[in-house]
Ligand binder design. Structure first.
Ligand SMILES: Cc1cc2nc3c(=O)[nH]c(=O)nc-3n(C[C@H](O)[C@H](O)[C@H](O)COP(=O)(O)OP(=O)(O)OC[C@H]3O[C@@H](n4cnc5c(N)ncnc54)[C@H](O)[C@@H]3O)c2cc1C
Length: 390
């Protein structure tokens, strides 16, 4: 294969691949339909002087030394441990639900008893998915589990996914388990830091290489077509015999021939306030939609080094999940795959159509139709590119 790569998308999957291949002598062109690099991690300084994350709050955390080593070539870091509070029965309590949450919500004697019951069943410093708690053989654990389910998971899940927690893949609700600990950090990874100058600057440095060319405002599917009968890639009608790394929607690449894959989208209402708005970077609203029609509020300046952010003003984003509609009035960005047996089968049908194409690499959260955290997207791109290095 010619050492020429065409990469669709300048997010983690595309940009990490671009850098690795360029350093190995490949000529790389990135086509990006947005007017900026960094994919959904894109951030910028807004009119209040706040570093705002355009596509929702992005917190970097990992236990992968490989991801840290790679990204540290392009950024310094600011230590930041994310803490989330949830609005439960009129109070703000730590999320994931933990022993401090119990202390805040129940009177002392009851709280001590409940903490003991949980510790006896599961031990300390453990994480238990809510569906597992609800199936406990101990009726007291089950009663507490019902309380937590009702106040933390039920309405949040319905607002986030448009489904009940039972209908959705257990891995989704399992991602935020109940934490039998006083550790109120949202993540427990060994490395929890934010790029000191933000994500976009880190990406700019990553893409700053003489063999990488980035073409913004370019909808790749207007130029690229997969000829399924001949299993060939066509670029502007000509056969392309380099490597195509595609990090966009697989259904778009294959002209929706197996139907639209379902996604959940988000709409953000941005507000400016004086001073500070809330005690932490993210407050969740696991309340019924009739009470709060949104899932969470993020205050961006709380995610960054305080001396780099304004004191007198703040920017918040109120997050409203909605159905993804590629031609709709709202919900036009595909954020989260909606996993069901049918959507997984539909995705596999798409993949099968291009399974034999050696010069097509489907990479990243859209092309692989899976949820990737940023560190996992880095590691996956590094691994995928290894196969093309001499
Ligand atoms: C709301 C939200 C919050 C998140 N928070 C966190 C967090 O706190 N921590 C964490 O680790 N991860 C978080 N993530 C996950 C993180 O965004 C992903 O890990 C990361 O975006 C994956 O990178 P990617 O390159 O696969 O996809 P993306 O970042 O989406 O990049 C894909 C790029 O391809 C471009 N593209 C797509 N199709 C085409 C086309 N046809 N032509 C040209 N360009 C195209 C897109 O415009 C985009 O720029 C969050 C995700 C969301 C949605």
């Amino acid at each position: 294969m010619k050492k020429e790569a065409l990469i669709v998308g300048a997010g983690y999957a595309g940009s990490v691949s671009a850098r690795v291949l360029a350093e190995a002598g490949w000529q790389v062109t990135i086509l990006e339909k947005r007017n900026h690099i960094a994919g959904n991690a894109y951030d910028y300084i807004d009119e209040n002087g706040v570093r705002r994350h355009q596509y929702g709050p992005h917190i970097f955390h990992t236990s992968s030394q490989q991801a840290v080593d790679f990204l540290s070539r392009f950024t310094d870091w600011y230590p930041y441990e994310h803490r989330v509070l949830g609005y439960i029965e009129g109070q703000l309590v730590p999320i994931p639900f933990n022993l401090t949450s119990i202390d805040r919500l129940f009177e002392q004697e009851k709280a001590e008893h409940l903490k003991q019951v949980l510790t006896d069943s599961y031990g300390r410093e453990t994480k238990v998915p809510i569906l597992q708690l609800r199936q406990s053989s101990d009726p007291e654990v089950r009663r507490l589990a019902e309380y937590i389910y009702e106040h933390v998971f039920k309405y949040y899940t319905m607002k986030q996914w448009g489904y009940s927690a039972e209908e959705i893949d257990p891995a989704v609700t399992g991602r935020v388990p109940v934490h039998i600990s006083y550790d109120d950090r949202y993540f427990q990874d060994s490395f929890q830091k934010m790029p000191a100058e933000g994500f976009t600057v880190m990406f700019r440095k990553m893409l700053d290489h003489p063999r990488i060319r980035v073409q913004l405002n370019t909808e790749a599917c207007e130029h690229i077509r997969i000829d399924l009968s001949q299993q060939k890639i066509l670029v502007d009608g000509q056969v392309f015999d380099g490597l195509l790394i595609y990090t966009g929607l697989i259904d778009e690449l294959l002209q929706y021939c197996q139907g639209d894959l379902p996604y959940r989208s988000l709409e953000f209402e941005i507000q400016t306030h004086e001073g500070d708005y809330q005690p932490v970077g993210t407050v969740n609203y696991p309340t019924p939609a009739s009470q709060h029609p949104y899932t969470r509020i993020s205050e961006y300046k709380k995610l960054m080094r305080p001396d780099t952010q304004p004191k007198d003003r703040t920017t918040i984003a109120i997050e409203y999940p909605c159905v993804y509609q590629r031609n709709g009035q709202k919900g036009r960005v595909p954020y989260y795959p909606v996993f069901t047996a049918a959507s997984r089968a539909q995705y596999e049908a798409y993949r099968a159509q291009v399974a034999g194409m050696e010069n097509l690499l489907l990479l990243g959260r859209l092309a692989e139709y899976r949820y990737y955290n940023m560190d996992a997207a880095v590691v996956s791109a590094l691994k995928a590119c290894e196969a093309y290095l001499d």
